[in-house]
Design a binder for this molecule. Structure first.
Ligand code: SF4
Length: 317
């Protein structure tokens, strides 16, 4: 593991004994924030494809997508183990039977895990039990990825998320009873959020024993979104790259030391976005964060003393 924060690729190597590659899988799903159940416009930042830009079309079957992706990756990297990543839209927002079938189809030889991206208000015992059954039957590891974005429930209302912090808390409590890992997706620089919100988000996530992994992201202005409209009209101001780095460093410091960072910055293709990562490659922003951690001589968990009765700790000494 990296000295200053736990890196996902190192975690995978340590867990599986070799490099493991994620294979994006698309299914013909949608999202309750788009199909009219909660709303039709979606989250203010969300583009029409719902997340992944490298995915194969959902018109291909899950096994065809996995086979095509393995054929592409295996010779290039000599890869032998894979995680099937159900990424686009809300992958538990479909009937329990259909969900079960897609999962079973993904359990192919060399698939060591399934990663399921969803919203915190789209999980319950039925879906969790299906995941538990698939884990037990096919011997795959399960990771559920929840989009939270921020713990600031007022910002969640502004971006039309369709859920607030409460649903995330509920999902994290429900999943605690299951032998799964979770990843929480956070956008560190949503307009209206401040450094206080960054720190509180790290603290709230770290307070859940069921929280294992984190994905940090900057806000992309994806073309033809509500956010793009706000940006064009000058109704929102974006933070600078330096401020993003400052927030990422603080987030890392307040994150529980055992958790793993899947990423510190996202990536999006130029053609789909008006603004993304300040026009820099994602690795440059990652390098800036690494350099700032080094400069401040700080690391993951450095400020994670707030859990388990901080104020009474002195009486235990
Ligand atoms: S919940 Fe996800 S897929 Fe649905 S609108 Fe929001 S970001 Fe897009």
């Amino acid at each position: 593991m990296n000295e200053r924060y736990n890196i996902y690729s190192a975690y995978l190597k340590q867990t599986y004994g070799e490099k493991v590659y994620k294979l994006p899988v698309s299914i013909p799903d949608t999202c309750p924030n788009r199909d009219g159940t909660l709303g039709t416009r979606g989250c203010a930042f969300c583009g029409s494809i719902g997340a992944g830009y490298e995915n194969l079309p959902a018109t291909m079957t899950v096994s065809q997508q996995i086979a095509a992706n393995i054929a592409h990756i295996q010779p290039k990297y000599k890869a032998r183990k894979f995680i099937a990543y159900f990424q686009n839209f809300t992958n538990t927002y479909l009937s329990p039977d259909a969900f079960h079938q897609y999962l079973i189809e993904a359990c192919q030889p060399d698939i060591v895990g399934l990663a399921i991206a969803t919203r915190p208000d789209c999980i319950n015992e039925t879906y969790l039990n299906i995941l538990a059954d698939v884990k037990e039957t096919y011997g795959v590891d399960i990771l559920v990825e929840f989009g939270l974005q921020t713990a600031n429930y007022k910002t969640l209302l502004k971006i039309n998320r369709g859920h607030t912090l409460a649903e995330y808390i509920d999902a994290m409590i429900q999943i605690q009873a299951y032998p799964f890992r979770t990843c929480t997706h956070v956008i560190l620089d949503l307009p209206w959020d401040t450094m206080d919100d960054t720190i509180e988000t790290a603290k709230i996530i770290s307070a859940f024993p069921s929280a294992h992994e984190i994905k940090l992201h900057s806000l992309y202005i994806i073309k033809n979104t509500v956010m793009a409209e706000w940006y064009r009209k000058g109704e929102i101001t974006l933070v600078t790259a330096e401020e993003y780095v400052r927030r990422a460093v603080a987030f890392i410091e307040y994150t529980r030391p055992d958790m793993v960072f899947q990423r510190l910055i996202g990536r999006a293709p130029k053609e789909a976005t008006d603004v993304a990562n300040w026009g820099m490659g994602w690795w440059r922003v990652r390098d800036m964060i690494d350099a700032e951690l080094l400069r401040q001589d700080t690391r993951q968990g450095q400020k994670c003393q707030y859990l388990h009765g901080k104020a009474v700790r002195k009486f235990m000494e």
